[in-house]
Design a protein around this ligand. Structure first.
Ligand code: HEM
Length: 497
């Protein structure tokens, strides 16, 4: 392969070209130079073969749990720069004109396991960590502008119904369609899931959405409410189902490879960042819950306001250290950004941290890629499982103390999240709007094909329930699904209502 065109394939060759022979004498992990002796000799006990002992005992503990969701993903480093002043809306320093903030991005598939295929039909994750001078700020979004549910009590059910059946260890269409038809608020997201948008053409052509309506404050301590949008400068592109299945057969890492090679050859992907902005009076006068994560905010009412862009220009040098060990958390916020006042956001403040304690251990925030870049972190936490780094040295470890330990930040203007009342989700209108006005004839045809590809494997009463819900979205959609199901399965029990 040509070294310049395919840095992913040539990674080792490129390493070799950069070096002038072996880079060092091999040592044990403790640093002692070590021999490599095969064990096929007489009269030598294995216990004394230090290479064998060192590597055998290490390799058996090399796997850590993959993320519960978003296990398969790829990431890269770059920067975010501000292109338009939004200081009248949000005072966060990283959004000041002229600011350039280092970032890391991780893109992922929600349900697909770590060894699964990048071209699986799935929702994609779109996570950004901004290393700001006020500490790390994370936006952890998706490639769709809405989420599946607005009551976080559904999260375990949502995840389990799409993971594997406990008896068969298979993905089970009955579980998926049972979940969906019991919780129709998820259909707004799942129409996109079954549409062409369900399989993006790699990550470089994928949009990202923060989804939650964030509360932000400006210098006058006035509140605004914003939704983040990130549109790929290379345009949005998707892959149709048949091509995706073909690709899954020969390159399960299609999107990871594409991202690595693009950056490795200097073809840096970039995204334009925009916000939709609502004032306090907008949220009071809105005719629906603007904090509902299962809905989009109409752009004719709340137009996109571009304010920045980000560029990814550097591949990870070590995937596990820098991407697998990344720990994003919606609660990582900075001055001027208060997060979402909705219940899903509130549940997420706990869930990520909790997952990372399990996945990466009690000191995951001391893993370099999770540390702030521009200053040292000064928590009062000490000890626990490694990595400890210097364990904060001899700084006092309890608060309050009388010995010059770190003191709290005092700001009377930090702002407070507003209290909101949220009703039950009802978003058939938005699904109808998508179906009627946004999908052309070919897209509608593929939507129905993709739905039926899954639904035909669900049992009769679930198919009936699904068709009833499709009818509430639009009679034409339910008719087409019904017809396609009839064609697909001779024994379909779909009723007429
Ligand atoms: C009740 C709601 C939710 C809960 C409890 C939840 C929980 C989780 C958990 C436990 C992880 C794995 C974290 C880790 O091991 O590092 C995760 C990852 C992720 N979630 Fe959520 N989530 C929720 C809603 C959402 C929403 C609304 C979005 C998008 C706006 C989202 C986007 C993501 C993304 C992108 C990742 C992967 C981050 C990465 O690349 O490391 N999740 N979620």
């Amino acid at each position: 392969a040509d070294e310049d065109d395919n840095p992913a394939v040539d990674q080792l060759v490129l390493f070799k070209n950069r070096t002038e022979g072996p880079i060092a004498i091999m040592t044990t992990a403790a640093g002692a130079p070590i021999e490599y002796q095969t064990t096929i000799t007489l009269n030598k006990r294995l216990l004394f073969n230090e290479f064998l002992m060192d590597s055998l005992t290490h390799v058996v503990r090399e796997r850590i749990p993959e993320r519960l969701v978003h296990a398969k993903g790829a990431g890269a480093f770059g920067y975010f720069e501000v292109t338009h002043d939004i200081s009248d809306i949000c005072r966060a320093k990283l959004f000041k004109m002229g600011e350039k903030t280092p970032i890391v991005a991780r893109f992922s598939l929600v349900v697909t396991e770590h060894g699964g295929s990048d071209t699986q039909r799935d929702i994609r994750g779109f996570a950004l960590k901004f290393y700001t001078e006020d500490g790390n700020f994370d936006i952890i979004g998706l490639n769709t502008p809405m989420f599946a549910f607005k009551d976080p009590i559904l999260f375990p059910t949502f995840v389990r119904s799409q993971k594997r059946n406990p008896a068969t260890d298979l993905h089970d269409p009955n579980m998926l369609w049972d979940y969906l038809t019991t919780n129709p608020e998820s259909f707004n997201l799942f129409l996109l899931y079954f549409s062409d948008r369900g399989i993006p053409d790699g990550y470089r052509h994928m949009p990202g959405f923060g989804i939650h309506t964030y509360q932000v404050v400006n210098n006058r301590s006035e509140n605004h409410f914003i939704r983040f949008h990130f549109l790929p400068d290379a345009g949005i592109k998707n892959i149709f189902s048949e091509e995706a299945r073909r690709l899954a057969g020969f390159d399960t890492d299609y999107s990871t490879r594409d991202l690595y090679n693009a950056i490795g050859t200097g073809n840096f992907p970039s995204w334009t960042a925009s916000i939709q902005v609502l004032t306090e009076s907008d949220i009071k006068n809105a005719s629906f819950d603007v904090f509902d994560v299962t809905k989009v905010l109409p752009q004719d009412k709340y137009p996109l306001k571009p304010f920045g862009r980000f560029v990814l220009n550097s591949n990870p040098v070590n995937y596990v250290a820098e991407i697998e060990q990344l720990a994003f958390n919606p609660a990582n916020l900075v001055d001027g950004i208060l997060g979402g006042p909705d219940k899903v956001f509130e549940a997420r403040r706990l869930a990520y941290r909790d997952a990372q304690y399990y996945r990466l251990g009690g000191n995951f925030l001391r893993i370099p890629v999770n540390c702030p870049l521009r200053h040292r972190a000064y928590p009062y936490n000490r000890d626990g499982v490694p990595p400890l780094n210097d364990n904060l040295g001899d700084i006092p470890n309890y608060y309050p103390n009388s010995f010059n330990g770190p003191v709290p930040y005092v700001d009377n203007n930090v702002g407070e999240l507003i209290e909101i009342y949220q009703d039950k989700a009802n978003n058939y209108d938005q699904s109808r709007e998508l179906y009627v006005n946004e999908l052309d004839a070919e897209e509608k045809k593929r939507l129905v094909e993709n739905i039926v590809y899954s639904l035909e494997n669900a049992t009769g009463f679930l198919q009936e329930r699904a068709i009833k819900i499709f009818k509430r979205i639009h009679p034409d959609l339910s008719e087409r699904v019904k017809q396609a199901l009839r064609n697909a399965t001779m024994n379909c029990q779909c009723g007429d209502n």
